[in-house]
Design a protein around this ligand. Structure first.
Ligand code: GDP
Ligand code: MG
Length: 140
């Protein structure tokens, strides 16, 4: 399979606990390469735009308030099968159901404050990368 890119975020619960390096190391150890990275404190409006797909879900307000409650690291990751590989190393949405050794099993606090985001498909990866990065910011 050819090199693929995916979009990743280290969420505010993790930056607050100084886990940026620990989480990035888990991504790198899984074979993913950070080809773009920026620290952002997103506005509520940015969070609402980014998570628009979830706007009718009961947790939308909680999610967008949490995501704008502190700094986030937005990243583009590159590697073989990067989208699926990132989802695998992240673990299940609910840390109680996440596999041993995954980022969410090791670091997440709850189903909401679950430390990382990762795109779930090629279309969303492209869209989410474009939401946060211009082409010149991505250096492979
Ligand atoms: P993901 O792709 O594994 O991140 O999960 P989803 O796309 O289903 O949900 C997006 C994000 O919304 C999750 O990562 C959580 O931060 C949050 N979320 C999902 N379900 C719940 C829930 O039941 N309660 C709360 N508070 N947050 C949730
Ligand atoms: Mg998702």
């Amino acid at each position: 399979m050819a090199l693929e890119r995916t979009f990743s975020m280290i969420k505010p619960d993790a930056t607050r606990r100084n886990l940026t390096g620990a989480i990035t190391k888990m991504l790198e150890d899984a074979g993913l390469r950070v080809v773009a990275s920026r620290r952002v404190w997103m506005s509520l409006r940015d969070a609402q735009g980014f998570y628009a797909v979830h706007k009718d879900r009961p947790f939308f307000a909680e999610l967008t308030e949490f995501m704008s409650s502190g700094p986030t690291i937005v990243q583009v990751l590159e590697g073989e099968n990067a989208i699926a590989k990132n989802r695998e190393v992240m673990g299940a949405t609910n840390p109680a159901q996440a596999a041993e050794g995954t980022i969410r099993k090791v670091h997440a606090l709850s189903i909401g404050e679950n430390s990382v985001h990762g795109s779930d498909a090629p279309e969303t990866a492209a869209q989410e990368i474009r939401y946060w990065f211009s082409d010149t910011e991505i250096v492979g």
